[in-house]
Design a protein around this ligand. Sequence first.
Ligand SMILES: Cc1cc2nc3c(=O)[nH]c(=O)nc-3n(C[C@H](O)[C@H](O)[C@H](O)COP(=O)(O)OP(=O)(O)OC[C@H]3O[C@@H](n4cnc5c(N)ncnc54)[C@H](O)[C@@H]3O)c2cc1C
Length: 301
Amino acid sequence: MQQLISDLRAANIGEIRTNERLAPYTTWKIGGPADCLILPNTKEQVAAVIRFLHQRGVPWTIIGRGSNLLVSDKGIRGVVIKLGTALETLRFEGATVHVGGSYSFIKLSVLAAKEGLTGLEFASGIPGSVGGAVYMNAGAHGSDVSRILKQAEVILDTGELVTMQADDLQYAYRHSILHTLPGIVTEAVFELQVGERKEIAGAMAAYRDRRLRTQPLQLACAGSVFRNPNGGFAAKLIEEAGLKGKRVGGAEISTLHANFIVNTGDAKAEDVLTLIAEVQEIVLKQYGISLVPEVLVMGER
Ligand SMILES: Cc1cc2nc3c(=O)[nH]c(=O)nc-3n(C[C@H](O)[C@H](O)[C@H](O)COP(=O)(O)OP(=O)(O)OC[C@H]3O[C@@H](n4cnc5c(N)ncnc54)[C@H](O)[C@@H]3O)c2cc1C
């Protein structure tokens, strides 16, 4: 690892931090260290890092704003990449917006609304990056990324930069081809529509009020823990099973929203994983439904 890190430093590919604790990089505020965290600041640097690691067979992991991640207590081996702030670019071209992979999805929705563009209202409460949203097909309030994405610029595991059209991403519920095709989204192009500023702002205010009423937003969490099963709601099943408020260590099923697990202060990833397993077991026993996590678990177990 030492040799790899000095070679990486010599390659001038952005800021490098070693043995970096990842908890502060996640909204759950949970997780052990990355052997090496790299923050490339240009597309060229991203491609150079990936090529470098690919040639040496070193595993890499991309993280966004860490709002859908459970990083294990032992942390992530190899290299973790997080796009630097210089990749937070934004350009409106009529109703089309070109936006960098590390840009805040919430900020993007607010600025699109200010431009009088409709289509991104659903994103106003999704605290991830554009890259993370493209990867996850993030969505809410009856819409998702697949409805507005035109294309995404992706750097593949070989270091090659490709433009993927929306169809190439094979979108489904909280799923894209990027779950099986390793790549880094450096830019996305969304096609919006010209709308009424007042209506857009009204919809966003209503969504915000609903979230404030129904989600534990003042506590460290990662949004919905489980995917909704076909035709149903994970939160409803968990609540009806009487699991609100159930605790393991510092992890607790939110008393406000049963599909959220909150970190009450000192939760470990193992606490969350144990709670997830217990919920799955109880819901399966009571309803015969297997809940599948929406949050992604990363790192050494
Ligand atoms: C309070 C709260 C509310 C939420 N509400 C919603 C909601 O309504 N709807 C919803 O869909 N989600 C919701 N989420 C979950 C989360 O915000 C989304 O899944 C978001 O899209 C994740 O983006 P991220 O940048 O945080 O990605 P991360 O959590 O950092 O990573 C998620 C996945 O994306 C990959 N990834 C990240 N960046 C890139 C990139 N540049 N290129 C390629 N892959 C990348 C990672 O490797 C990882 O596999 C919520 C989370 C919180 C905390």
